[in-house]
Design a protein around this ligand. Structure first.
Ligand code: 2M8
Length: 424
C-alpha cells in the first residue's frame, strides 16, 4: 500500500508542476501560492531535488523590493477569470514596477526557510553546485526582516498579519471577532471563482468574502503600506510567529552552510519565543491565542494554530501544548487527525474549511513539533493517521476530522507532498 501511495503522491506533484512551480490544485488554485510552495518543496525533494529548489527559487523570484514574499504569484498563461481576486485586482506592478510576474500584495506564514533547509538536505551536492542556499539566504533574510520590521504593528515585537488570508487559515473562528468590525462589500460587487469548483458548504461564506475583498482592496488602495495607519484587521497570530521562530532556527543552519554568522538567527529565535510565551500563551487554557492589535485583547479561541508553536525549538510551554493536543478539545493522541478547531466548541464544523476539518500541512507541522519535544508516541499516531487518510481518501485538500472522509479539492499538492515526506 505504501509503495503505491508514494507513486500516487509523486504523480500528483508531477501533474500539478507548471514548469517552474506547482499549483496547489488545478482548477481551484491555478497559480503559485507562497506557503503551499514551501510544503510542496518538502515533498518534491523526494521526487526531484532540483525541482524542489526551483519551486522555492521561482517564489522568491517574485519577492518585492521591500522583502515581502507575495502570497500568490500569478501564472500569465492562466485565463484572468480563473481565480478571484486575480492579478488585475491586486495591481502589484503599481508598487513594484514589475509587470511579470504579477503578484498579490499579502503574505502567508513564513515556513520557507524550513523548506529551503530540508530541500538542501535532500541533495547537498546538487544544492551547492547550483548555489541554491547561497542565492536564497539573502532573500530569506530580507523576507524575515520585512516581517519583523514592517509588520511589528502591536506591542511585544511580534509580527502582525493584516488579512485572514495571511494566516493561511482563512475562515478560522479565531477571526470572527475582529472581522465583525469590517463592513462587507455586497456579494454582487465581485464574482467568486471558487464556487465553480468547490461545494459552497465547505467554503467561506459570501459575507466572509465581502470582508476579505474589502480588506484587500483597502490595503491595496493604501499602496500596501504598513503604517502609519493600522489596517482594520491586524492580529498577532501564533502560527505566523511560531513558524517565523522555527524558520530562524533553520536560517541559522543555512547561515552556517553558506559561511554567514548564525548568531543573529539564534538571537531572533530566542526573542520571538519569549515574546510569544509572554503575550500569546494562556496558561489556564494550555494554548497560544492570537492577539488583536487594536484592542490588545487575546482572541480566545480553540484554533489549532495555538498548538503550532510546538515547532519552536526550546519552547518552554511545550508540555502544556502536548497535554492540550491529546486532551478532549483536539484528541490527537486517539485519532491522529488534528482538527483545525476545538471539537467541543459550538463553532466546530467538520466540513467547513478552516473551522474544523483536518489539514495535512498542519498535521505535518504538529508531527514535527511533537517529535521535537519528545512526544514521539503521539507524533507516530499523527503520522500513521495522515498516511492512512491519504491512502483511503486520496490527496484531498482537507478531511472530516471525525471520519477521515475527504473534503475540498482533489489531487491537492501539499497533501501529496507532506504524505511523501511522512512516508520517507
Ligand atoms: C486557501 O486560501 C486561498 C486564499 O489565499 C483561497 O481560499 O482562495 C487557504 O487554504 C490557504 O491556506 C492556501 O494557501 C490556499 C491555496 O492552497 O488556499
Amino acid at each position: 500500500m505504501t509503495a503505491g501511495l508514494r507513486e500516487r503522491a509523486s504523480r500528483v506533484l508531477l501533474a500539478n508542476w507548471q514548469g517552474q512551480s506547482t499549483v496547489p490544485a488545478a482548477d481551484l488554485y491555478p497559480h503559485q501560492w507562497s506557503w503551499d510552495s514551501a510544503f510542496i518543496a518538502v515533498g518534491l525533494r523526494h521526487v526531484s531535488p532540483r525541482r524542489a529548489q526551483r519551486e522555492l527559487e521561482s517564489l522568491f523570484g517574485a519577492q518585492w523590493p521591500d522583502g515581502r514574499v507575495p502570497h500568490i504569484v500569478f501564472d500569465r498563461a492562466t485565463p484572468a477569470g480563473a481565480y478571484f481576486p486575480g492579478a488585475d485586482f491586486w495591481r502589484s506592478a503599481a508598487v513594484t514596477g514589475v509587470r511579470h510576474p504579477a503578484t498579490s500584495g499579502l503574505v502567508q506564514p513564513p515556513v520557507h526557510a524550513i523548506a529551503a533547509w530540508e530541500t538542501f538536505r535532500a541533495d547537498p551536492e546538487l544544492a551547492r553546485r547550483r548555489g541554491f542556499l547561497a542565492r536564497l539566504y539573502p532573500r530569506l533574510v530580507a523576507w524575515h526582516r520585512y516581517l519583523t520590521g514592517r509588520r511589528a504593528l502591536g506591542t511585544g515585537g511580534l509580527v502582525s498579519i493584516v488579512h485572514p488570508w495571511e494566516s493561511g487559515m482563512d475562515n478560522s473562528p479565531a477571526w470572527d471577532g475582529p472581522l465583525s468590525r469590517v463592513e462587507p462589500l455586497p456579494a454582487g460587487s465581485f464574482r467568486r471563482a471558487d464556487l465553480a469548483h468547490a461545494v459552497a458548504g465547505e467554503r467561506p461564506t459570501d459575507t466572509d468574502y465581502g470582508r476579505y475583498v474589502r480588506l484587500a482592496a483597502d490595503y491595496r488602495d493604501h499602496g500596501y503600506a504598513d503604517g502609519p495607519a493600522i489596517p482594520a484587521f491586524a492580529v498577532q497570530d501564533p502560527l505566523t510567529n511560531a513558524l517565523l521562530a522555527a524558520a530562524e532556527a533553520a536560517l541559522a543552519d543555512i547561515a552556517a552552510e553558506v559561511g554567514a554568522d548564525p548568531a543573529p538567527h539564534h538571537a531572533e529565535l530566542k526573542r520571538l519565543r519569549e515574546a510569544m510565551v509572554e503575550w500569546l500563551f494562556d496558561e489556564g487554557d494550555g494554548l497560544l491565542h492570537a492577539r488583536d492589535v487594536h484592542t490588545g485583547q487575546s482572541l480566545r479561541a480553540g484554533s489549532v494554530a495555538g498548538l503550532v508553536p510546538l515547532v519552536v525549538p526550546g519552547l518552554p510551554v511545550a508540555d502544556a501544548l502536548v497535554r492540550t493536543a491529546v486532551g478532549d478539545r483536539f484528541r490527537i493522541g486517539e485519532t491522529g487527525l488534528p482538527p483545525s478547531y476545538d471539537r467541543t466548541d459550538a463553532l466546530f464544523d467538520t466540513s467547513r474549511y478552516w473551522r474544523g476539518p483536518a489539514w495535512f500541512n498542519i498535521g505535518w507541522l504538529l508531527w514535527r513539533g511533537l517529535r521535537l519535544h519528545g512526544a514521539t508516541g503521539v507524533a507516530d499516531t499523527v503520522r500513521a493517521a495522515l498516511v492512512r487518510a491519504a491512502a483511503r481518501a486520496g490527496f484531498r485538500e482537507y478531511l472530516d476530522p471525525l471520519t477521515g472522509h475527504g473534503r475540498g479539492a482533489r489531487d491537492f499538492s501539499w497533501s501529496a507532498a507532506v504524505t511523501l515526506d511522512l512516508l520517507d
